[in-house]
Design a protein. Structure first.
Length: 362
């Protein structure tokens, strides 16, 4: 019997860190061809849900989409901050009303995800773009679990966006050709998913926030690849992951002081949130993206589209290209988020799907 892989080999690990270092050192030169901000076409006919828009990359994505005319739904856990941002954006546009609304979504609660999706789907409106941007990297913190019992990085960065993407399929098919965009990270290159211990509770591997973050980002690429393949071309829904680059945002707020100081010393290398928003905005609006994604559905190529910080299609890590592990991640994820194995097919056919979450009365 072939022994199951238990971790990245040290050469793979070294190569992974080389990718991360290369991204940090050369992201600015590699993106010198891009405008900042990215020029967007008029988006008056587009409805976009963006998660985590109260700071960093998500705030920039939401603002720029709205300023280009899109109807933007800010899916956030802090409604007050989101409403204040809308006021700021509108006043900087000399009182012109932007088409932005705020809806509550806490990714640390799968009940909240189901509630959000049900509320949105009940409108029976088309959804053209879902951007799963919200994420956490609680650097240096001890292992924490959500009230659903999942390691917090796994839940916020992978499980909750996966549940949201699947449950919003009825609206995304109404909006086809539509796009699910996951703001991923080059850090997935140093991730490894142990499908028998996705929650990192067995004690086989010592937990660290780096392990939690990188594994959650790799799991997201793997799940997205299977989701993309399972959505028939006729559904008109495409799934992709993007790397924003290495960006100076609130993600650094939990860093030790000394690392925060180092962050300030290397401003040349780090992207601003506006620069970091370009790959997601490109994925959301470039007219050639649907055709490219559809070509990947019919290809033998095992992964969904992965768009680099320079707005080019690129390859995710070798580990992300493992078909066997990706299917295991798919199955385990559906189990964890309380969906049946045929959830996607049923939703595409317009049938109902029962989720274990979302039934609790608080
Ligand atoms: N910065 C980088 O260098 C970098 C590199 C690669 C990938 N990324 C990815 O880019 C994405 C955006 O990160 P960022 O750098 O812009 O970080 P950020 O400034 O910390 O923004 C994160 C956003 O996610 C929201 N969020 C966190 N937990 C949430 C929850 N439980 N429910 C709902 N929303 C939640 C935050 O809301 P609150 O304001 O309520 O906390 C905030 O709006 C993340 O997925 C991150 O992994 C970032």
């Amino acid at each position: 019997m072939v022994k199951k892989k238990q971790a990245l080999g040290w050469i793979e690990w070294l190569i992974g860190w080389m990718y991360v270092t290369y991204e940090l050192l050369f992201q600015r030169t590699k993106t010198s061809h891009l405008q900042n901000p990215l020029e967007l076409p008029s988006l008056n006919d587009l409805t976009c849900i963006v998660t985590g828009t109260t700071s960093g990359i998500g705030k920039e994505i939401a603002r720029q989409l709205a300023e280009a005319g899109a109807h933007v739904v800010m899916a956030v856990r802090n409604r007050k901050t989101a409403n204040e941002l809308i006021d700021q954006w509108c006043s900087s546009w000399a009182g012109i009303l932007l088409n932005v609304e705020v809806m509550e979504l806490d990714l640390l609660s799968l009940d909240s995800v189901v509630g959000f999706a049900n509320t949105w789907n009940a409108r029976l409106e088309p959804l053209h773009v879902l951007i799963n941007n919200a994420g956490i990297f609680s650097i240096g913190e001890t292992q924490k679990f959500s009230k659903d019992g999942f390691e917090e990085h796994l839940q916020v960065n992978h499980l909750a966006p996966a549940l949201l993407s699947v449950l919003l399929l009825p609206s995304l098919t109404k909006g086809s050709t539509s796009r699910i965009i996951n703001v991923n990270s080059v850090m997935h290159y140093v991730g490894f998913v142990d499908t028998e211990d996705m929650n990192t509770v067995s004690g086989k591997r010592k937990y660290s926030s780096l392990l939690g973050y990188t594994n959650s980002k790799l799991a997201q690429v793997m799940f997205s690849s299977v989701l993309h393949k399972r959505l028939p071309v006729e559904s008109g829904v495409n799934v992709m992951c993007v790397s924003p680059g290495i960006v100076h945002t609130n993600v650094a707020r939990d860093l030790p002081r000394i690392v925060q100081a180092a962050y300030h010393l290397i401003p040349y290398f780090l992207f601003s949130p506006q620069e970091g928003s370009r790959s997601a905005l490109f994925a959301a609006t470039d007219p050639q993206i649907p055709e490219y994604c559809e070509s990947l559905k019919t290809d033998e190529w095992p992964v969904c589209a992965f768009i680099s910080q320079g707005c080019h299609p690129t390859n995710p890590s070798k580990e992300a290209q493992s078909v066997e592990t990706s299917f295991e991640v798919w199955e385990k994820t559906l189990e964890m988020i309380g969906l049946p194995s045929d959830a996607v097919e049923r939703l595409i056919e317009g049938k109902e799907v029962r989720c274990r979450y979302g039934t609790r009365k608080d």
